[in-house]
Write a protein that binds this ligand. Sequence first.
Ligand code: HEC
Ligand code: HEC
Length: 293
Amino acid sequence: MRILIIIAAALIVLAAAGFSGLYALSEGRLRDVTRGPAFDHPIPKDAASIEHGRHIARTRGCFGCHGQQLKGKDFGEQWDWPERAVAPNLAAYARDHDAATLEAAIRQGIGANGKGLVSMPSFNFARLTDEDTAVLIAFLKSAPVVENDLPKPKLGWGVRWTFFTGEEKHMNWWADRVPRLKVDAAAEPRRAHGEYLAMTMCNECHGLDVRGSTMYPPPTPDLAIIAGYSRDDFETLITTGVGMGGRELGLMRLVAPDRFPNLTEAEIDDLYLYLQSLADEPAPENVFWRPAR
Ligand code: HEC
Ligand code: HEC
């Protein structure tokens, strides 16, 4: 009898050591970030810049995840992979943190606590220009704070394990891997603008280089598919999430109407121009959530 108690006690001690070891190692992975220079671009205060910042926030989906009043959102069971994802009250966060902390979260995927973010899609914003980042911050800082009681976010053991094994990476790691913009803005200003829009709006789901991804089920297509879309069908697709021939698209149907009807006609033209030109580019390498081809 006594030996059984000793064995049971030993197992409990071992399990506790295992969990605290896993906790420490996964925390180590989350703290292993590469930080760029502190953002010191001036933050404008005029109404036109703040309005432009609202446009950036709207078209980049901040409202969809952080709530229409930016008061934060508990993803709860709707989105349970980290165990509990909670998008913080963004208006309150912007009031309480300086521009450099905001920029590190938005473009570099590093939280105010110094850890890599887990669910915030910073890789979608990594290529935002300094000017657009500054007006976005100006808008967030101007947003009225609506108090909201949110639960604490939670990172489950299963997810900690995938960080420990390296199967899962934090957002700072992903943001660092977003390709540089390639189109020469001096030679082709409109196509370069289209590339900028695609690489800061569509790469959240269509792969870091917008050439398709398997991150979400169903897999998202390579946006070279736009070569087969007319300008009208393209506008319908991105403003309503309804594909060619009236096909209802899942996730696209959810996010597109919240974000992209706010694009200007000129933005849609440039985005279309760029995406149409993708079909001429060689097939991309097997990177970013894509299986080997
Ligand atoms: C797909 C949903 C989603 C979108 C889109 C999104 N966020 Fe987040 N954001 C989150 C979640 C979830 C968190 C909580 C941290 C985490 O789990 O990574 C977060 C955290 C943050 C934080 C706090 C980081 C910290 O210090 O912990 C800031 C700042 C932020 N987001 C800003 C923005 C801005 C600005 C936009 C739009 C440009 C945006 N987010 C778009 C989901 C999103
Ligand atoms: C939040 C994720 C998300 C974002 C952001 C997103 N998409 Fe999608 N998109 C999807 C998913 C998922 C699919 C696969 C079909 C579905 O919706 O179920 C898809 C499908 C598509 C298709 C295929 C339509 C067809 O004919 O089958 C096109 C084209 C497309 N998206 C274009 C875009 C463009 C352009 C942008 C940026 C302006 C964009 N998407 C941004 C998730 C997204």
